[in-house]
Design a binder for this molecule. Structure first.
Ligand code: PGA
Length: 243
């Protein structure tokens, strides 16, 4: 299966960063599926700059309602209309900074699916939880409560302590967690659970991408800091196995 390499720009970039970045991605011959997730205001510019290419576009959040009195929020319906195909939901920074519970994430995932977007739902443990031996239980609970019935999207395993820190779990720990997530998805969704891509996220760089992307059940990467540089983002994608 072609690996999915999604770039989460977070609150970075500006109108001046779109054209050259989009051109670099368009010019690359990629074996992986590329998804760029810039801040909301850059989505229309990216949609225009990437039109006709295979590069896909994602947002970093959406509201659970399709419209209404929700100042400052953006609906999945609008994201779809302006050219997004994906939306990152339940990122640990939103869970922490905006108190997003699993139930809140679940509502947003429902809205994304109803609007025809592919949700990329993030799960992952804190360092304290891993040290206490609770990592798999925490992630299983997040999956059970964040993913609605009939979920058809992508899961991203992002250990909170690995995000933006340069620290990654051992290859054995990544493989063990992805195996546990696969088992949980099959339990939760029976046959369709086997086909849900599971991305790894947390300090993915050109230098560690090949090792991480080659692990069992790693269907791709959700890349933060390294996605801001087109050359680094493309180097990560180029490291994806070709099978
Ligand atoms: P990072 O971020 O690659 O900068 O660690 C990953 C993420 O938060 O998705």
């Amino acid at each position: 299966m072609r690996r999915i390499i999604a770039g989460n720009w977070k609150m970075n970039g500006g109108p001046g960063s779109v054209a050259a970045y989009a051109a670099a991605l368009r010019a690359a011959l990629m074996n992986a599926r590329l998804i760029v997730c810039p801040p909301f205001p850059l989505l229309p510019g990216f949609a225009a700059a990437l039109a006709g290419s295979l590069v896909e576009l994602g947002a970093q959040d959406c509201h659970a309602s399709s419209s209404g009195a929700h100042t400052g929020d953006v609906s999945a319906v609008l994201l779809k209309e302006i050219g997004a195909s994906h939306v990152i939901l339940g990122h640990s920074e939103r869970r922490a900074n905006h108190s997003e519970s699993n139930a809140v994430v679940n509502g947003k995932v429902e809205a994304a699916l109803a609007a025809g977007l592919v949700p990329i739902v993030c799960v992952g443990e804190t360092e304290e939880q891993r040290d206490a031996g609770e990592a798999e239980d925490v992630v299983r609970t997040q999956l059970t409560h964040s993913l609605p019935a009939g979920f058809a999207g992508v899961v991203a395993y992002e250990p909170v302590w690995s995000i933006g820190t340069g620290k990654t779990p051992s290859e054995a720990d990544v493989a063990a967690m992805h195996g546990a997530i696969r088992a949980a998805l099959v339990t939760q969704f029976s046959a369709s659970g086997a086909a849900i891509p599971i991305l790894y996220g947390g300090s993915v760089k050109p230098g560690n991408a090949a090792a991480l992307l080659g692990l069992p059940e790693v269907g791709g990467a959700l890349v933060g800091g390294a996605s801001l540089n087109a050359a680094d983002f493309l180097a990560i994608a180029a490291a994806a196995p070709k099978d």
